[in-house]
Ligand binder design. Structure first.
Ligand code: FAD
Ligand code: 2HG
Ligand code: ZN
Length: 474
C-alpha cells in the first residue's frame, strides 16, 4: 500500500505542488464556519479541472485515504472539514470556478462546482436572467456545496430548493471515474435519476464537479416589504393572504422573532431595524412581478390593506428603491451573523407544516424554558416553506462552552421529540454532517436507514467519501 508521503508526492504531480497544502495556517479549510470543530488534514488539495480531480480521487482511493469535498466551507453541520486524525485529504473545489456555457434558448447554465454562488448569480444577471438561489452566505458558498447540501435559502417558496433548480450533474465517483450527466433536459425517464442521489448527499457518495442549472426570466419588478405582525398565527394568516393576492409573485416570506431582531440591532447598530421594539414578530416579504413596478405596488398595497383589515399586520413599510429593499433583506440575512457575534449557539433547523408552526412554537417554547430557564430563543426563518431556525443562545452571563457541553444534547432531544410528534424534519435545509449523524439514526425508520446504507455501500464501498458524515459506519 502507498504511504502518505508517496501519496502526497503523487498529488503534487497531478495538481502542481502549490496546490497541495500541508503546512502553514490551514484554518480556512480545517475549522468549520460555526467554530464547532477544528480538524487536521493530511493535505488540502486544490485541483483545477475535473480530470485533475478524478486523478486525485483515484490516487487517494488507491492509498485508502479518505476524502472530504469542500466548497466555501460555510456549512452549518460540520460536514466539510476533516476530522482530527490528520489522515484525510480535503478536496477543495474553489479553483474549479468557471461558467462553462449559458444556453439562453434552453434557459440553462452549466457551471463548474466551485463557482461561488454570487458569481453565478451575477453571470446570469449579466445575460438578463435570474438564478434564484439566494442565501446570506452567497458571497462564499459554491454551487457544488449548494448541491451537496441541497441548500434552501430565501426564494424556495417560489423556486424550490437547489434540487429543483438542477437539471444535470457531472460527478467524480469514489473510484475516480467521471460520470457526465450534464443534460439540460427537463424530461428524461431513462432509468434511475442518478442526479438525485448526489444532490443532498453531502460529499458522501462522490464529488460534484459541474452542474446544469435552470434559469428564469428576470422579473420586471421586485418589491420588498417589512411588516410587523402581532403573533405567529398572524404571520401564517399573512402568508395565506400573500399566496392569494400575489400568487406566483410571492418569491420570499421570512419571519423574524423579536429577540432575533434585537441581536441585529445590538451587533449592527448601523442597520435601522423597523418595528422590532414594539412588535413580537416581523415578516419580510417579496413580490416579483413580470408586468410592471406599478402593478407590483398595487398588488402589494391590496395585500397589506387586507392584512391590516384582518388584523394580521399592525404596521408595514414597502421599499421605495432597490437600495431600501437590499437594506431590509440585509436585516434578515444578518441574523445568523449577529447570533455568531453573540456567541456559540445551538441550532435547530427544523420544518413542519406551515399551519402547525404557531402551535409548535408555543408548545416547544414552554417546554424548553421549563427545562432550561433563562435560555434565549432566537426564532426566525423561511416561514413560507415551513422551515424555522429554532435556535438557542445561552442565558445571559452563562458560560457558552459549558452551556453547549451540558445542555445541547438534552435540548436537542427535547426539541426533536416535539418535531417528531408534529411529523416534522430535524434538518430542513442544512443537512446532517457530523453534528446530526447520531440523531438521524433516531429519527429515520430502520427501513429508510437500511436503504441509505445500501446506497452508500454501492457507491462508496471503501467508505472513503466523507466518512462518518450523514450515515455512520456501524
Ligand atoms: P461546504 O460548507 O464547503 O460543504 C457543505 C457540504 O457539502 C459538505 O458535506 C461537503 O463535503 C459537501 N460538498 C461541498 N462541495 C461539494 C461538491 N462539489 N461535491 C459534493 N459534495 C460537496 N444554508 C441553507 O440551506 N439556507 C440558507 O439560507 C443558508 N444561509 C446561510 C447563511 C450563512 C451566514 C451561512 C454561514 C451559512 C448559510 N447556509 C444556508 C449554510 C451553507 O451556506 C449552505 O449549506 C451551503 O450550501 C454550503 O455551501 P459551501 O460551498 O460552503 O459548502
Ligand atoms: C438562514 O436562514 C441560514 O439565515 C442560517 O439558514 C440559519 O444560522 C442559522 O441557524
Ligand atoms: Zn435558513
Amino acid at each position: 500500500m502507498m504511504t502518505h508521503l508517496e501519496l502526497l508526492e503523487q498529488l503534487r504531480q497531478i495538481t502542481g505542488a502549490p496546490n497541495v497544502l500541508t503546512e502553514g495556517d490551514l484554518t480556512a479549510w480545517e475549522l468549520d464556519w460555526r467554530k464547532r470543530e477544528r480538524g487536521r488534514a493530511l493535505a488540502v488539495v486544490r485541483p483545477a479541472s475535473t480530470e485533475e480531480l478524478a486523478a486525485v480521487v483515484k490516487a487517494c482511493a488507491a492509498a485508502r485515504v479518505s476524502m472530504v469535498p469542500q466548497g466555501g466551507n460555510t456549512g452549518m453541520v460540520v460536514g466539510s472539514t476533516p476530522d482530527a486524525s490528520g489522515t484525510q485529504v480535503v478536496l477543495s473545489l474553489t479553483r474549479m470556478n468557471k461558467v462553462r456555457a449559458l444556453d439562453a434558448g434552453n434557459l440553462t447554465i452549466t457551471v463548474d462546482a466551485g463557482c461561488v454562488l454570487q458569481n453565478l448569480q451575477e453571470a446570469c444577471e449579466e445575460a438578463g436572467f435570474l438564478f434564484p438561489l439566494s442565501l446570506a452566505s452567497e458571497g462564499s458558498c459554491t454551487i457544488g456545496g449548494n448541491l451537496g447540501t441541497n441548500a434552501g435559502g430565501t426564494q424556495v417558496v417560489r423556486y424550490g430548493n437547489t434540487r429543483e433548480l438542477c437539471l444535470g450533474l457531472e460527478v467524480v465517483t469514489s473510484r475516480g471515474e467521471i460520470w457526465n450527466g450534464l443534460t439540460g433536459l427537463r424530461k428524461d425517464n431513462t432509468g434511475y435519476d442518478l442526479r438525485h442521489l448526489f444532490i443532498g448527499s453531502e460529499g458522501t457518495l462522490g464529488v460534484i464537479t459541474a452542474a446544469t442549472m435552470k434559469l428564469y426570466p428576470m422579473p420586471v419588478s421586485q418589491l420588498t416589504a417589512f411588516a410587523a405582525v402581532p403573533s405567529l398565527d398572524a404571520a401564517v394568516q399573512l402568508l395565506s393572504l400573500a399566496h392569494r393576492y400575489l400568487s406566483s409573485g410571492l418569491t420570499g416570506f421570512e419571519v423574524m422573532g423579536q429577540f432575533a431582531l434585537s441581536l441585529v440591532a445590538k451587533h449592527y447598530p448601523q442597520q435601522r431595524v423597523p418595528f422590532w421594539q414594539e412588535s413580537p414578530w416581523c415578516v419580510v416579504l417579496e413580490n416579483s412581478d413580470n408586468e410592471s413596478e406599478a402593478h407590483a405596488r398595487e398588488c402589494f398595497e391590496r395585500l397589506l390593506e387586507a392584512a391590516m383589515e384582518e388584523g394580521c399586520v399592525t404596521d408595514a413599510v414597502v421599499a421605495e428603491s432597490m437600495a431600501q429593499a437590499k437594506a431590509l433583506w440585509h436585516i434578515r440575512e444578518s441574523i445568523p451573523l449577529a447570533q455568531a457575534e453573540e456567541g456559540l449557539n445551538i441550532k435547530h433547523d427544523i420544518s413542519i407544516s406551515v399551519s402547525r408552526i404557531p402551535e409548535f412554537v408555543q408548545e416547544t417554547n414552554a417546554l424548553l424554558l421549563q427545562h432550561f430557564p433563562g435560555a434565549r430563543l432566537v426564532i426566525y426563518g423561511h416561514l413560507g416553506d415551513g422551515n424555522l431556525h429554532y435556535n438557542v443562545q445561552a442565558p445571559v452571563d452563562d458560560d457558552q462552552a459549558r452551556f453547549l457541553l451540558d445542555e445541547e444534547a438534552p435540548m436537542n432531544s427535547l426539541v426533536y421529540e416535539v418535531v417528531d410528534r408534529y411529523n416534522g424534519s430535524i434538518s430542513a435545509e442544512h443537512g446532517i454532517g457530523s453534528l446530526k449523524a447520531e440523531k438521524l439514526e433516531h429519527h429515520k425508520s430502520p427501513v429508510a436507514l437500511g436503504l441509505m446504507r445500501s446506497i452508500k455501500q454501492a457507491l462508496d464501498p471503501l467508505n472513503l467519501m466523507n466518512p462518518g458524515r450523514v450515515i455512520r459506519d456501524n
